[in-house]
Design a protein around this ligand. Structure first.
Ligand SMILES: [Zn+2]
Ligand SMILES: [Zn+2]
Length: 311
């Protein structure tokens, strides 16, 4: 068994023990996406676990699954309320971060994290279930429903997944992106390529001070700004935010919405929007090309949307 780690010599394929983990099931990995957070973590130095938190594969009995990468306790008050993304005991227990992840031939995961795919969904595309679940949780938190007007700022993978999920819920979606190729991708997923004003919900999928300021400008008074981008540095709120009495909704991973597990719902959205893999999965590599896969994922000139590794 082989897996990808950041080492002092850069991204390398290493051979972890591969020993069975007690109580875990083995997932033979089919697809594993590289996320912006992987690039960020890799830039901070060597990783202690095998990377990769967006992955899918097959169990030993042949069942196709997407792996829910966050391990929750299942017993604390927040887990019991269906808000397991707020689990009091899960901090850091994540495949690809603190536990060996899916940029590998195989991974050992907790059985509750192996989410069966809907019949007919291609396991080679199911690395997309995780980022779709992130997007779905954000718009569920923001109360997006049929007929609402939504603007999405930022056309990276999360912004594009947000378009697909919000369209799936029946919202009208406008996209503000800064690269023609990305705007075209958003249009294929059902967004209009220009923004107006007075949105019920603006999703900041860019994660910068300027995108937050822009969201504040575009949202209607009393509206909602949903944070799906990651603010790696602190941001500030201005007077306009207060005077419009906006609601600021940070969103982190996924849980349950009206009793429905968002991760499983994300797999159904992937199945319902057949253009998603074609639009998002722009670059494919083998596991032994991992260093090149990371290089491309970080290279603006290559214009990757989602780089995916297939062991
Ligand atoms: Zn991710
Ligand atoms: Zn918990």
């Amino acid at each position: 068994m082989r897996g990808v780690k950041m080492t002092t010599d850069g991204i390398r394929l290493v051979a972890p023990s591969g020993d069975p983990v007690e109580g875990a099931v083995r997932v033979a990995v089919a697809s594993s996406g590289i996320c912006g957070s992987d690039l960020h973590m890799a830039s901070m130095g060597p990783s202690w676990a095998i990377l990769g938190h967006e992955f899918s594969g097959r169990l030993d009995d042949g069942t196709s699954v997407a792996v829910l990468p966050v391990v929750h306790c299942g017993t604390c008050d927040r887990c019991r309320a269906g808000a397991e993304q707020q689990c009091r005991n899960a901090l850091g227990a994540m495949y690809g971060v603190s536990l060996d992840g899916g940029l590998a031939d195989a991974a050992w995961v907790d059985p509750v994290c192996a989410i069966p795919l809907p019949a007919g969904l291609d396991v080679d595309h199911a690395n997309l279930v995780e980022p779709i679940a992130v997007a779905l949780h954000g718009i569920n938190r923001a109360g997006v429903v049929d007929g609402m007007r939504v603007a999405v700022l930022g056309a990276g993978p999360i912004g594009l997944c947000t378009i697909a999920a919000a369209r799936h819920l029946g919202a009208e979606v406008d996209l503000e992106g800064h690269r023609p190729t990305r705007t075209a991708a958003g249009v294929r997923l059902g967004a209009s390529p220009s923004v107006g004003a007075d949105y019920d919900v603006v999703v900041d999928a860019a994660g910068t001070q300027s995108s937050l300021d822009r969201a504040t400008e575009l949202v209607r008074p009393g509206g909602t700004v949903c944070i799906l981008g990651t603010y790696w540095s602190p941001v500030a709120l201005g007077l306009e935010f207060q005077m419009k009495e906006l609601t600021l909704l940070p969103s982190f991973t996924y849980g349950h919405h009206h009793g429905v597990q968002e991760f499983a719902e994300a797999a159904r959205i992937l199945q319902a929007v057949p253009d998603l893999p074609d639009v998002l999965l722009t670059h494919h590599f083998g596991l032994d090309e991992a260093a090149e896969a990371f290089r491309v994922a970080a290279d603006r000139d290559e214009d990757p949307i989602k780089v995916v590794v297939h062991p």
